[in-house]
Structure formats: C-alpha cells, structure tokens
Design a protein around this ligand. Structure first.
Ligand code: SAH
Length: 247
C-alpha cells in the first residue's frame, strides 16, 4: 500500500482500512514513522533502505498465513515496492491473495505545492542510476525534453551521485530556453517542507538545496511563472482552454 507523500491526512481511506485489518506492517522506517498513530497493536517490522528484496520476500512469506501490509512511500507502483513483490510471486509461481493500494505520488504532491505545472501531458524520469544505467537515463532525458512537455525528476540528487541533477539540467538547456520555469519541492506535505520556484537559468545555483527528499519539475514549452505579489510565485502550464475559449 502507498502512504502518500507523508501527511497522514493524504493516506487513502482504503489504505487506512487495510492497515486496521493487518496483523503485520512492514516497511522502511521513515514511512512507518508517518503512520505511527495507526500502528498500535500491530507487529511492525522496520527495514532499512536498500533492503527492498528482503522486505518483499519477508512480506510474501508472512502473507501465506497472516494479513500483511507492505508500505511504500507515495504510490507503490511508481518507483515503489509493488513490482518487486509481483516479480517474486511470478518467479516463485505462488498463489497468494494480494491487492495494490494506490497512494498520492511525489509528482502530484510536488505539483500541487507549485501551482499547476503538470496540467497536460508530462514525462517522469528517475535520475537514480542504481537500477538503470546512466547512459539510458541520459537518452530518456534527451527524448523527454525534445517533446517540449514538463518533465518530473524523482531521485534527483543523492550523496553518492551528486552530479546527476546538474547533468540533467545541462541536457534540458540543450532543448529549452533559459527562462523555462523550474520547481523544486523538498519534503512535500511533511513538517520541513521547502518550495522553490526558479528558472532553468538559475536552477544550477540551487542544486545544493536538492536531495533525495526532493522532487524537481522542469516546465515545458508553454509553462510560465505567475508572480503573485512580491514573493509568491506559482507555475502554470496551460491546459489549452485559451485556444478555445475567452476568459
Ligand atoms: N513511490 C514513491 C517514489 C519513490 S522514489 C512515490 O510514488 O512518490 C523516491 C523519490 O520520490 C525521492 O527521491 C523524491 O524524488 C520523491 N519523493 C517522495 N516523497 C517525497 C516528498 N514528500 N517530497 C518530495 N519528493 C518526494
């Protein structure tokens, strides 16, 4: 099940009911912390980042005899735990009842904090080269920016590979003008949330503010920044109504 971005009010009713019915709850510590008020009386198994396969196998083993919730941040099917569970079940030929419960993904959470940057078609690319070779990511970035649609970066910058985000901005600049809006949201819907609206020109100066708790959105060809007063800014990607209606 997906926990959403972190605020317990963004957890679906369906996920809350599933937790209430579960004997075991398994997940990464950060995500379990955000569910704390719902975990009373549950057998909670905390697992570390990078132990995804062990976590999936453990959940499957327990699910033979118990009701288990395997929690994943955001949506479990978007860079989450759903695929590895299904792959293991497929590989082992096991027939265990399961349900994938959706959650609000980081792209939605970040977009809503920034205004409406993803109003039409958009692309999503993870900058993590842990499971995908960097050459493949670069080629996907090139293709995505060539389309001229907004592009969302997940896993934008980690300690182990701090250069990936700057390289991705360089690829964006090959295809897009410098004044294209860029939105950075760190810890969306969590206590220490930070929101920044900037442009591709200045984005490079803000790379240090980006970490693995951040989502970055690069605007598309039609995306603009609406300045509200002296400080507040919102990113708008028009849906296209202006081509048909007057308002
Ligand atoms: N399954 C998750 C994504 C996991 S990949 C989902 O659907 O949201 C992890 C990446 O998600 C992070 O590196 C970051 O880019 C993004 N992310 C997850 N939660 C976030 C949050 N609350 N604020 C900003 N970005 C977030």
């Amino acid at each position: 099940m997906g926990t959403g971005p972190g605020d317990i009010f963004l957890l679906t009713e369906q996920a809350q009911r599933a937790l209430a019915e579960s004997e075991y709850v398994i997940g990464n510590g950060t995500y379990l912390d955000s569910l704390e008020p719902l975990l009373a009386g549950k057998k909670v198994l905390r697992s570390a980042m990078g132990r995804e396969i062990d976590r999936a196998k453990k959940s499957i083993e327990l699910a033979r005899f118990h009701i288990v919730s395997l929690v994943s941040g955001g949506d479990p099917g978007i860079y989450g735990m759903a695929s590895i569970v299904l792959e293991i079940l497929e590989h082992q030929g096991m027939d265990i009842a399961f349900e994938i419960l959706p959650g609000i993904t980081a792209a939605q959470a970040a977009a809503s904090r920034l205004g409406s940057p993803l109003s039409g078609d958009f692309a999503v690319i993870s900058l993590s080269d842990l499971l995908t070779p960097w050459s493949v990511i670069e080629s996907r970035l090139d293709h995505a920016f060539m389309m001229g649609v907004p592009v969302v970066f997940y896993n934008p910058r980690s300690g182990g590979r701090p250069q990936n985000l700057s390289k991705a901005f360089d690829i964006a600049r090959k295809h897009l003008p410098d004044n294209i809006p860029v939105g950075i949201v760190r810890n969306a819907y969590r206590a220490n949330e930070e929101v920044l609206v900037t442009t591709l020109r200045e984005a490079g100066d803000n790379v240090e503010r980006v970490d693995m708790h951040s989502t970055v959105i690069i605007g598309g060809g039609e995306t603009r920044i609406w300045k509200r007063g002296s400080n507040e800014k919102a990113i708008i990607t028009p849906r296209g109504y202006h081509r048909k209606y007057t308002y």
